[in-house]
Design a protein around this ligand. Sequence first.
Ligand code: GH3
Ligand code: MG
Ligand code: MG
Ligand code: MG
Length: 323
Amino acid sequence: LREREESGRRLGVTTDGAGRLRGSGGRVLIVDDNPRQAEKIAAELEREHRPTIETNAGDGLVASKGSIDLMIVNVAAAEFDGLRLIAQVRSAEPTRHLPILAVVDPSDRPRLVKALELGVNDILMKPVDPEELAARARTQVRRKRYTDFLKEKLDYSLEMAVTDALTGLHNRRYMAGQLQAFVTRAAQGGEPVSVLVLDIDHFKKVNDGFGHDAGDEVLREFAVRLATNVRAVDLPCRMGGEEFVVVMPGTKIEDAHRIAERIRRDVGSTPFRVMGGQEHLTVTISIGVAATIGAGDTPDALLKRADEGVYEAKATGRDRVIA
Ligand code: GH3
Ligand code: MG
Ligand code: MG
Ligand code: MG
């Protein structure tokens, strides 16, 4: 329930003393060739919403693609092709789910039925009753607000599921899925894929000497340098802690080695500014490089070979690349 109340607040579905919605007014587009009827509707809606009027169906179609929450279309007049406009809005991707209220003439059953068939969300019978208009518009705007909120939340969740929260790089889960696909293709005779495993040297000393926040700053700055030193098709990822992986599709081991060297030099040669520029830390990294070896190769085996490179780099003095 608390969650509900919280999301309600975020959606702004609260009312003021007069029972009117507060902060939940919608951008309402009225498309009607009859300016008097359009203005009457707009005047009613103005208490809660921000209505605009288009008297030309073509302009209405253009405006529908903007940032609006509800479209009210007059389909009662045969000479004004509101039905065609609704069909166009429903078939275009960005407006497919836009709430639509159709203003219909109750005696014109065929047009009313046609509007429903085209997928309007609700109907307003002529002459339009102000209270009914307010209630139906409010319902649609609320629903739009809520679906926008859910969509935003879903997009965010999907993004977070594949993103490392500290650095914004891809996370291990995302990397694993991508690497599996690349390695499978390479094993079937496709182009090779290389991986770099990168581990910051003596990172514990950064935390111990300058604090965990400074350590986090180093990790973030390192991620930026990593991402800017690889191609757009490469996948820089944070595996966890101070260990990173770059997946390089279509890359032979010699090229991967060269890129690893470039990253190692870039990191080691330019100190990391932390604590608002108070401290400049020189950081070095150890990198293991491996490439696919054809049939029978697996992501785990590939990463293990690169890990062995890191291990050897650590054992032989750090700040080096081992392929
Ligand atoms: P080596 O050169 O052998 O790699 O030494 P190291 O100190 O880098 O390696 P070790 O694995 O001993 O220590 C890694 C440290 O990284 C320990 C842990 O506290 C720190 N660490 C892991 N994740 C984070 C993080 O998200 N933020 C910060 N600030 N530190 C982290
Ligand atoms: Mg370690
Ligand atoms: Mg380390
Ligand atoms: Mg480590």
